[in-house]
Design a protein. Sequence first.
Length: 238
Amino acid sequence: MTATAVPRPGDPGSQVRGRTVLGVDPGLTRCGLGAVTVTGGRVVRIVDVGVATSSPDEPVERRLLAIADAIEAWLDRLRPDAVAVERVFAQSNVSTVTGTAQVAGLAMVAATRRGIPVGLHTPSEVKAAVTGNGRAGKEQVTTMVTRVLALAEAPRPADAADALALAICHAWRTGPISGAAAAAAAAGGVRAASDAGTGAGSPGGSSLTAAQEAWRGAEASARRSGRRVAPARPTVGR
């Protein structure tokens, strides 16, 4: 048995040079994989997106091996500068969260083995970064990912869109490369849309989108209260 990755629009060879981030939305049945490049502060472009799958009929060790092979193949092919993984939280469905945590660990180990930095982000952090609302639903996240990356169609299934959202969140949070590549991207790249879908920056000349401003505000408020932004409940049944 092997995991399958379904490619979507985006040719790695045609992207503006920048910092590449691979997002991993961990799941044992479906593991979302989505990569973007970031240049010019908030200019993001899709590189590739897909879903690695394994069959529930197979032993768990074979399922993990299949997902691990798929993740490593993406890392070797795309050679990202960073990997963003969803931070896993306990929930009532123990079997589901166990598989999700196992796959998250596979992604972290595979990246670290290659010397690639890993970032962990809660679901609410990702939602706030992409939509401006830490409690946004999956369809809203998918819609904003589609707008931000200027895709002709929404990435499906939701695991694929979530992986791209993770990559976008990490890219905006850690910043792009600087220099000529950023300038070239700013001139010809796809600029991220705001949570209203206008593509305009924040008031007052800020280089951040409205969604990014909301995310920073949420994090600042959480720091003042001495706690992190409350995580949204992960989807059950992956």
